[in-house]
Write a protein that binds this ligand. Structure first.
Ligand code: SAM
Length: 275
């Protein structure tokens, strides 16, 4: 039976506030799994099970899928759509609110890949939740609103460039793998989407103090139109004179703004400020 019919049979009411717009087209689901680089050796954590269509497509390629949703009303539907597969574990739990330890209790101490199609207002918190965690995440493949995708892969000195772009760059490389039309969701939302793949690579840069680097990046975008020196002075407990001295000694203008700097610049400045 088709997923749409199963949802109808159970009288399922889509909850807008939970972003319940489901994907049903087989070729798109398989393409997302390909974008995520899922192989038979992989453990995948899927966030936002929905009707289980993407879960099924992942399970066809992965060793094991741990899938999470918050809406228990989906249980009877998932009982049908996920039946007959022994490599899927379904959990009704909010991964955004649960600790790393709790997550490890469920999935074990194993490296894993994240695949998520969740409400748009939680995509950025979800990306940050994993980027800043102690978990062994190897990649994140996330469906996001098209405009958010532009921000995640933006270049310095552009309108879309921000602290989230740099938070990703600190840990890996982001790529927009495909645009997804709103018409491919059931029901169709009001905006178009895109799939973003973030490959984690912690060997990319040598970063001595990740917490301090995060704080410096946040300071850099605290007040976008202010200079980095002013933002550092206002938020980091470092005097403006000291910030100026460090920037100039590294060859930057003392009036440079945070939005003009690359991740390599931030790493260099953070290191010098700590010396
Ligand atoms: N993955 C499915 C698909 O592609 O068709 C469902 C996607 S639908 C856009 C988003 C799903 O995320 C909904 O089933 C919703 O109940 C679930 N959801 C909403 N907030 C969540 C959260 N904080 N944690 C996990 N799942 C959540």
């Amino acid at each position: 039976m088709e997923v749409k019919e199963i949802l109808k049979k159970h009288g399922f009411t889509f909850k807008k506030q939970l972003g319940q717009n489901f994907l049903t087209e087989g070729s798109l689901l398989r393409a997302i799994v390909k974008d995520a680089g899922v192989t038979e050796d992989d453990v995948v954590v899927e966030i936002g099970t929905g009707a289980g269509t993407l879960t099924q497509a992942i399970a066809e390629k992965a060793k094991q899928v741990y899938t999470f949703d918050v809406d228990t009303a989906l249980a009877p539907i998932l009982n049908e759509t996920l039946s007959g597969r022994d490599n899927i574990t379904l959990n009704f739990l909010d991964v955004l609110k649960c600790s790393d330890e709790k997550l490890k209790d469920i999935i074990g101490n194993t490296p894993f890949k994240v695949v998520a199609n969740i409400p748009y207002y939680v995509t950025t918190p979800l990306i940050m939740r994993f980027l800043e965690s102690t978990l062994d995440v190897r990649s994140l493949t996330v469906m996001v609103q098209k405009e958010v995708a532009d921000r995640l892969v933006a270049e310095p000195d552009t309108e879309n460039y921000g602290a989230i772009t740099l938070a990703i760059e600190m840990r890996g490389v982001a790529k927009v793998t495909r645009p997804v039309s709103r018409m491919l969701f059931h029901p169709a939302p009001k905006v178009d989407s895109a799939v973003v793949h973030i490959a984690i690579d912690d060997d990319r840069f040598e970063i001595e103090d990740r917490d301090f680097l995060r704080k410096l990046i946040r300071a850099g975008f605290q007040m976008r139109r202010k200079t980095l020196v002013n933002n550092i002075g206002a938020t980091l407990g470092i005097t403006k004179e000291r910030a100026k001295e460090v920037l100039v000694s590294l060859g930057y203008s003392e009036s440079i703004r945070g939005e003009a700097l690359s991740i390599e610049d931030y790493i260099k400045i953070a290191k010098a400020l700590k010396e």
